[in-house]
Design a protein around this ligand. Structure first.
Ligand SMILES: [Zn+2]
Length: 307
């Protein structure tokens, strides 16, 4: 993967919320341990555990005394401007570019799925804890999409976790993770997750497994077209190259965070009834389906029982 040094990045798509990253006030719904609020919260939880198999648990911090409320974010406009020749040494600028690319792709591809228009949304970088429309979250939950405020949240130190704990090394695991989360945003815009909220909530054919595999497939179809995505000026490509070993890294990441491999790594027996987001094999296969065909229409995981 090579990033285009000449690309002009759209910093409005990302907020660096720094440590504690809250708006203060501690409002918001605490993240539930389960049950009660039905569809929406069910999806939030499904999304939260999606990447991590619930291995981290949800640790809702109600008294953000860890520097809570202060917005210690960096000015990305300066840091990630073209004038800074070292900008792509910084994980924030690289991830900003990934977000720009994923959204540039959906601006074009979304109308293939729906009559409407793609609505861009922000990604929030945070450290330690963050207030969201879905409640307060700490970094232990891993990256997630919050349907209530329609934004993506990621503590960038998750990537270290991905490399050390899950063995998914390699740079391209990062845009894969973001593209997966934006896949949930696309589902939200399409109303897919709302419809899925009425179905079965766990097990190998559950709505949550279908949503997760579909998000992987959407990530694959972005990856296929990523080198076509243009920067803010519409002139410069964001990536100058993506290689087959990058794609293997994304597939390896999808594999590393499948339910069965997480269960195995935590010493448990593999129990498909508990699957909420698909096996390693399924996640790889759906990513590849999106990548090989390069068309989000082939991602209809609700139309088949051959997941
Ligand atoms: Zn997910």
């Amino acid at each position: 993967m090579e990033l285009n040094e000449r690309a002009e990045l759209d910093t409005s798509q990302v907020n660096d919320r720094g440590r504690g990253g809250g708006a203060g006030g501690g409002i918001g719904i605490p993240l539930p341990g389960g049950g009660g609020r039905g569809g929406l919260i069910g999806i939030v939880v499904a999304v939260l555990v999606a990447l991590l198999g619930g291995g981290f648990g949800l640790n809702a911090m109600t008294n953000g005394d860890d520097g809570g409320g202060q917005a210690g974010g960096t000015d990305l406009e300066q840091l990630c401007s073209r004038e800074n020749a070292q900008r792509f040494d910084d994980v924030r600028c690289r991830n900003l570019l990934f977000v720009n690319s994923i959204q540039a792709y959906w601006e074009k591809a979304y109308p293939e799925l729906d009559n409407g228009k793609y609505e861009p949304t922000d990604t929030n970088f945070f450290q330690a804890a963050v207030n969201t429309g879905c409640g307060q979250a700490d970094s232990g939950v891993g990256p997630f999409y919050c349907p209530a405020d329609r934004q993506v949240y990621i503590d960038l130190s998750f990537y270290d976790e991905l490399a050390s704990r899950f063995g998914a090394k390699g740079e391209f695991a990062q845009p894969y993770v973001l593209a997966h989360e934006y896949g949930h945003h696309v589902q939200n815009l399409l109303g897919t997750n709302e419809r899925a909220g009425q179905g079965e909530q766990s097990g190998p054919l559950s709505a949550s497994v279908r949503l997760e595999l579909q998000a992987d497939c959407y990530a694959g179809s972005w990856a296929k077209h990523a080198t076509e995505s243009k920067d803010e000026t519409g002139q410069e490509p964001l990536f100058t190259s993506i290689t087959s070993s990058d794609i293997s890294e994304a597939i390896q990441a999808a594999e590393a965070i499948g339910d069965d491999s997480i269960q195995q790594r935590s010493g448990g027996q593999i129990n498909p009834d508990q699957f909420t987001h698909g096996t390693s094999e399924q996640r790889q296969r759906w990513f590849r389906q999106g990548y090989d065909r390069g068309d989000p229409k082939v991602c209809d995981t609700f139309a088949t029982d051959q997941l």
